[in-house]
Design a protein around this ligand. Structure first.
Ligand SMILES: Nc1ncnc2c1ncn2[C@@H]1O[C@H](COP(=O)(O)OP(=O)(O)OP(=O)(O)O)[C@@H](O)[C@H]1O
Ligand SMILES: [Mg+2]
Length: 341
């Protein structure tokens, strides 16, 4: 088998919540699959099943050739996980954390310290290794998480929103390390809210919504499939972008998105006549505009077209926090097995 991860009909329900509802996936060895989807789509639940942290209700999956329910021990030996919620103990140093994880992997003392120091060096953590983790910045914490997941030299690495909340410099650093690992043959399953991250790292993407994979393929292929054009309108500063957006919606032009930060209103056009109608609608409103242009869809628009929601950009979400309104609300949960960072 050349797939490093193979998933067939995986299902996980939590009461009435169908977190994962029959997912098939295949990740060829040495590649990166970007698993995308709005909050609550089931991405973390997928990863938790593939990491043998929660048992599936139905379906089968193989990680590095081992079935997750039959040989969870061998699956655990083959994989590493950098979770959405940090696993490290903040009351001891980074170096001590890694040592404890190494010992849990049954590495003998000397080998454990050697591996720890090698990874501290590699992730540029040596300078801060002796400090309590409670004094680390978010970027340092993420790097420590990643170091911990690499201790066992995993063939398969799960990165669940590895760079959420990181500054661009730390994000780039983490991407470099991920690329290096992939170049050495590691297979990566990455979930992310950042479309650029998927574009940077992933060979293929799978888009999940409501527990199901709604699209799967190379990024260029998905963009071509969504096809069409995106019309972008920048209204004059005196005009609330929502006025333009509602004019489009009222005219029955469906896929409208307003970027609150930039004030741009985007409309996905799938037929030529929609473009004509959109331009006519703009004329009829008489609203003053700064610019109008069209561009070819990127992963952002693919995500919107498939899920009806805009991908999250910079918001850091925590369990129990109010929705920022850009995503449809899903039942909030707080998994007792997950520790907030
Ligand atoms: N332990 C649990 N108990 C109850 N419900 C859960 C549990 N874990 C997940 N869920 C629910 O399952 C659904 C999928 O959650 P999951 O964490 O997999 O989504 P996600 O795609 O990772 O979302 P996010 O982008 O917010 O991380 C959600 O509705 C969530 O509330
Ligand atoms: Mg998640």
């Amino acid at each position: 088998m050349t797939a490093a991860i193979e998933v067939q009909g995986l299902v996980k329900h939590f009461g009435d919540v169908r977190a994962v509802n029959g997912v098939d996936l295949e990740v060829p060895a040495g590649t990166v699959l970007g698993l995308l989807g709005p909050n609550g789509a089931g991405k973390t639940t997928m990863i938790r099943m593939l990491a043998t942290l929660v048992p599936p209700d139905a379906g089968r999956a193989w990680v590095a050739g081992h079935e997750i329910s039959e040989r969870p021990d061998l699956v655990r030996e083959s994989m590493g996980l950098t979770g959405q919620y940090s696993m490290v103990d903040i009351d001891i140093s980074g170096r001590e954390n890694l040592y404890l994880f190494a010992r849990l992997l049954d590495l003998p003392r000397r080998a454990a310290w050697a591996r720890v120091d090698e990874l501290l060096e590699r992730l540029e953590l040596t300078r801060v290794a002796g400090r309590l983790v409670s004094t680390y910045s978010g970027g340092l914490r993420r790097r420590l998480d990643l170091a911990a997941s690499l201790l066992g030299r995993p063939k398969v690495l799960y990165l669940d929103e590895p760079t959420t909340g990181l500054d661009p410099h730390s994000r780039n650093g983490l991407w470099d390390i991920a690329r290096e690992l992939v170049a050495q043959g590691t297979t990566v399953l990455l979930t992310t809210q950042y479309m650029t991250e998927a574009e940077e790292l992933a060979d293929h993407v799978a888009v999940m919504d409501d527990g199901a994979v709604v699209a799967n393929g190379p990024i260029a292929e998905l963009c071509a499939k969504v096809g069409g054009t995106v019309l972008r309108v920048r209204p004059a500063p005196s005009v609330p972008p929502n006025a333009v957006a509602s004019a489009f919606t009222d005219a029955g032009l469906g896929m409208v998105r307003t970027d609150e930060k930039t004030g741009l209103v985007s409309l996905t056009i799938s037929h030529d006549d929609q473009l004509t109608r959109a331009v006519r609608t703009l004329g009829e409103t008489g609203l003053p505009l700064v610019s109008v242009d069209t561009h070819t869809p990127g992963l952002d628009e693919v995500f919107l077209a498939l899920t009806g929601r805009t991908p999250n950009t910079e918001t850091r979400r925590k369990a129990g926090e109010e929705s920022d309104g850009t995503f449809a609300d899903r039942p909030a949960h707080h998994d007792p097995g997950q520790v907030d960072d």
